[in-house]
Design a binder for this molecule. Sequence first.
Ligand code: ADP
Ligand code: MG
Length: 476
Amino acid sequence: MNKTCEHVWTECIKVIKDNVTMQGFKTWFEPIRPIKLENYILTIQVPSQFFYEWLEEHYIDLLKSTIKKELGKEGRLEYSIVMENSTSTSKPYTVKIPTTNRRALKNPAVNIPLDHSSTPIKNPFIVPGLKKINVDSQLNPNYSFENFIEGDCNRLARSAGYAVANKPGGTSFNPLLIYGGVGLGKTHLTHAIGIEIKNKFPQKTVLYVSSEKFTHQFVDSIRNNNQNDFIHFYQMMDVLIIDDVQFFAGKEKTQDAFFTVFNHLHQSGNQIILTSDKPPVEMQGMEQRLLSRFKWGLSADLQIPGLETRIAILEKKMYADGIELPKEVIEYLAYSISTNIRELEGALISLIAQASLNKKEVNLDLAKQMIDKFVKNTAREVSIDYIQKVVCDYFDLPIELLKSKTRKREVVQARQIAMYFAKKMTKSSLANIGMHCGGKDHATVLHACRTVNNLHETDKQFRRYLEDLEKKLSIQ
Ligand code: ADP
Ligand code: MG
């Protein structure tokens, strides 16, 4: 075989690119380097253990099929993991993975976990020379990993955060930038990382600071002429968390100071964790040199949680506060407030407060009244989830059926009705509605709306269904 490893990998990459998202490709495939091809075994170099685990977890099938395509059925893949920023001077170690047998990964006979004897890693608790200062980390113990519910919406950010917590400064996720809309858990997640690091490495100096506080301190330091102290203080951190960096926008001097701190920390292998409301490409008013540094590590987003995650978050919160509420109330809250976890929690708290003040039992009616008051100002819209639930309850169908692809007559009809109301009562696109209702395309949704309109004109019984449902859905 006269192919080179570069050649084989270039061919693989072409296929992979077509099969993963842009962001996925940039994050997980661009950093890979082919290093060896021998006996049908392609060795690729990945930046960390976590990286390799992620590839194995999420892309194994794709990798397997592309390797086989390029190298035939003999083809195998091996990973070589480089411990970037590692304190150890040892050579990279290699993990052998027969791509034909994925389960073998969990099998101790395979040469995975680190062989500690051959790759000594310095004890992180020994901090030579440096005089450590006593810094209050400013971490809120309630914002722990334990209290952070995992869902599809936060999986990447959460696992990357966890990887960073296990090896601050020692993964390729430096800086780790977590971005996402208001109230989706950015602050919570960064605290969780900080808390976890403090638990694992009590000697490490961790500091959480909001970008506003950083800015104020910096302005004060100019006024008091002790700018250097300010910079030095921040350069002492092993782990620096800066929340909401978008507020640095337009503040050039503060950005300069942050740039200096950033470079120092990064060069000395210390961990930087940032949050922002947008990904670096969309940030405005930020110096280019900062933006490019933000992209050095990993940017991971927090998305709007799905219904199940919202319910799980409410249940966790209830449990933590020692309260019990009827399931239907929790579901109603989760159905009604879908885009902001802080609002969701706020609604739960007001509901409990109201109930205890008025010595009323918390039932669905009270929840409905309260939610209306609570979300009145936020241009409330019924969610597709809620419409589906009401329609399914009405026809006594399990919601899974409605979301499935089944073509059973009664399900098709209920699904069409749900699509019709979703079109009528929400601002969702036809494509989005289709996606929520059994993965249909926009043409199907359009067809459903027409069918429902026709039946509304021609079928008395059907019209009654629609009127009943409309009443249930419009909560005044
Ligand atoms: P952001 O900083 O993105 O605006 P926060 O971190 O302040 O959002 O989160 C808002 C509220 O939602 C907090 O009370 C937080 O505990 C809660 N929260 C967010 N995500 C989760 C989650 N995955 N599990 C549990 N609680 C969460
Ligand atoms: Mg925040």
